[in-house]
Design a protein around this ligand. Structure first.
Ligand code: NFS
Length: 644
């Protein structure tokens, strides 16, 4: 079994791992002890794309001397194999983000066509702001007079064009032109402008089939095209359309960690990714009728809590507290106080069902593409056409289950305050110039050196590393050195649990320059921008910084760097790759599945930097990890002539 203290830096997590062990329930932390990963797979050089394999080409101890003659049955080299595996990970990640985006686009279309009545367009301004990218007119000329166009008409046209991005037959993705012009030109020159979202993912599957693409440079080029289709396509569409439907986030105060669950309330945990479901659950759970119903069953009310990116979605738009990171999901049930956990897609551990069996918790799957085999799991299929009805059914189930709680309830006390809900628009509000309405103040503070640079620190937890240790150490080292941090995903949750998402954190953890800016403006030194599809907000914020002037002409000129200290999912690889090929120096922790193919690994760093200005790097030690990012930031400052 796992040593709880070695497994996590977080006290609540440590307590709950120990409790699980007392109760004889295994968690991911224990399984990480009893099952070790395959060393060859970790190096990226196991090819199982045909039945003559798996062909395994381990790197000899001490490395390769002379010519590298390793090859699979078909002759595939380590570079080919590692590149194939790498871009298949991109395909998996891009598919996950983009299919999520497609689902939102479908709901948006049905709302625009007035076919589903439980949702509405909440942010018409956001709709008007994105319409021009789709060549959708927002005004009409009548008798020489320019009038506002009917918003419903605009909505239908945007929705149709947006949905078409997944499968259009000609042209390129609309949003690519939102990137700084020099970046767009680089993509064009390289031939990596995505044509449509699905096609780039399908083409990866084709090109990595036995006997197709055998040149690692050509393979990674397709990986690039699919990753761009994710970051500047599927993910960006998901973010924008979610903002249109559910509202653009603005800073809100809330709390984070398992301690947000309440003894005397019905605890309903929402876990997964698409806000299409969770938005309705929030609305249902907050309705007076449901709260009354909960009271009639002996509870003081309904406490909602989120896990993974669903947490980030309902946090940034409604201030719903965050219950747990990816690695804490089993622990939320082990409190004994989780009356229902409702899940949709992505990052949901199948072992939740086994844990739920040991308690009264109702585990409910909702998505047709994500079911569980265990018989204690209920499936309530969520459909946008009767969304509210489904949501009410789920909330009621949780309430009715409150009375079935066992005596053994143990909710850890730990929780922290957080301010979340930042975005391109709110950063402009807080750090923009009062007259110019751009990122002027932010740029000014970067140029005068109060802020040394910008870091995007994102991504998962990984049971192979100590929970949250990398996240927190990297972020603390950055802000100590006056680097402002933009966070999303489970890094955002980790930072919230640690109290880094409060304005007060500035005086405790930041260097003097960043502290001064944060205190003057009243913002935390770590700005939570939402879920993993909202990494598109980081791309657009970087683009705004470029536009505001004084810091170069492209994202690759900025004193900025990216990081995923505890990554584990394929989505993280897709994100990493679209950051790199958008010009960002990007460091991953734990490992990269490329170490068995040193030539390919080098290509991902040195050669990609020559092409796109960004590069991959790996650094396991969190302080060195942050220091590498800072060194890159300083290099860019020097190139801009703003080093002191
Ligand atoms: Ni991102 Fe969201 Fe967390 Fe990793 Fe999973 S929740 S989409 S993949 S584990 S950050």
């Amino acid at each position: 079994v796992a040593d709880p203290v070695k497994a996590s830096i977080d006290k609540a997590t440590q307590e709950m791992i120990a409790r699980a062990q007392d109760l004889g329930i295994d968690t991911i932390f224990d399984r990480a002890e009893s099952m070790k990963p395959c060393n060859i797979g970790m190096q990226g050089i196991c090819c199982k794309n045909c039945s003559m394999g798996p062909c395994r080409l381990p790197l000899p101890k001490g490395g390769i001397e002379g010519e590298d003659t390793r090859k699979g049955l078909c002759g595939a080299t380590p570079n080919t194999i590692a590149a194939r595996n790498f871009i298949r990970m991109i395909a998996g990640g891009a598919a996950a983000h983009s299919d999520h985006g497609r689902c939102v686009a479908e709901v948006f279309l049905s709302v625009a066509r007035k076919e589903s009545h439980d949702y509405a367009i909440k942010d018409a301004d956001k709709l008007l702001s994105i319409a021009p990218y789709f060549d959708v007119a927002t005004t009409v000329e009548v008798d020489g007079e320019v009038l506002d166009r009917d918003i419903d008409e605009i909505a239908v046209e945007v929705a149709e064009k947006a949905l078409n991005e997944w499968g259009k037959a000609e042209g390129e993705l609309y949003y690519l032109k939102r990137a700084p012009a020099p970046l767009y030109e680089k993509w064009k020159k390289q031939g990596v402008l995505p044509r449509n979202i699905d096609r780039e993912i399908v083409e990866i599957m084709h090109r990595t089939h036995i006997g197709v693409d055998q040149d690692y440079k050509n393979l990674i080029k397709q990986g690039t095209r699919a990753a761009i289709a994710d970051g500047w396509g599927g993910s960006m569409l998901a973010t924008d359309l979610q903002d249109v439907l559910f509202g653009t986030p603005y800073p809100v105060q809330s709390e984070a960690n398992l301690g947000v669950m309440k003894d005397d309330h019905v605890n309903l945990i929402v876990h997964g990714h698409e806000p299409v479901l969770s938005e309705m659950i929030v609305a249902a759970a907050q309705s007076p009728a449901m709260v009354e119903y909960a009271k009639s069953k002996g509870a003081k009310g309904i406490q909602l809590g989120g896990i993974c990116c669903t947490a980030n979605e309902i946090l940034q738009r409604h201030g719903i507290p965050t219950a747990a990171t990816f690695l804490q999901q089993e622990l939320a049930i082990i409190t004994g106080a989780c009356d229902a956990m409702v899940v949709d897609i992505q990052c949901i551990m199948q072992n939740l069902a086994n844990v739920a069996k040991c308690f009264h918790t109702k585990l409910i799957t909702t998505h047709p593409i994500a079911k569980m085999e265990q018989d204690n799991v209920m499936h309530i299929e969520f459909d946008e056409h009767h969304a509210m009805e489904d949501a009410e059914k789920i909330v009621k189930l949780a309430i009715d289950n409150f009375k079935n709680r066992g005596a053994e309830v143990m909710i850890p006390r730990q929780k922290n305050t957080q301010i979340a809900g930042f975005g391109v628009e709110s950063i402009e509000y807080h750090l923009g110039g009062s007259f110019r309405g751009t990122y002027y103040t932010l740029n000014d503070n970067i140029i005068n050196g109060r802020i040394r640079g910008i870091a995007g620190v994102v991504g998962c937890n990984n049971a192979r590393t100590r929970h949250n240790e990398g996240h927190i150490a990297v972020v603390k080292e950055l802000i100590k050195n006056d680097v402002i941090v933009l966070t999303t995903g489970c890094n955002g949750i980790a930072c919230a649990m640690e109290g880094l998402l409060t304005p007060e954190a500035a005086s405790v953890y930041c260097g003097p320059g960043l502290a001064e800016v944060c205190e003057t403006v009243g913002i935390p030194p770590v700005l939570h921008l939402g879920s993993c599809v909202d990494n598109s907000r980081i791309l657009l914020a970087a683009t705004e910084v470029v536009k505001a002037g004084g810091l170069g002409k492209d994202i690759s000129d900025l004193p900025a760097a990216g990081s995923a200290p505890e990554w584990m999912s394929e989505k993280a690889i897709s994100i990493g790759h679209y950051f790199v090929t958008s010009g960002v120096y990007t460091v991953f922790g734990y490992m990269l599945p490329t170490s068995g193919a040193p030539v390919f690994h080098d290509y991902l760093s040195k050669e990609l930097e020559k092409i796109y200005g960004g590069m991959w790097d790996l650094e396991v030690d969190p302080v060195k990890h942050a220091q590498k990012m800072i060194a890159h930031i300083d290099k860019k400052r020097k190139a801009l002539g703003i080093d002191k």
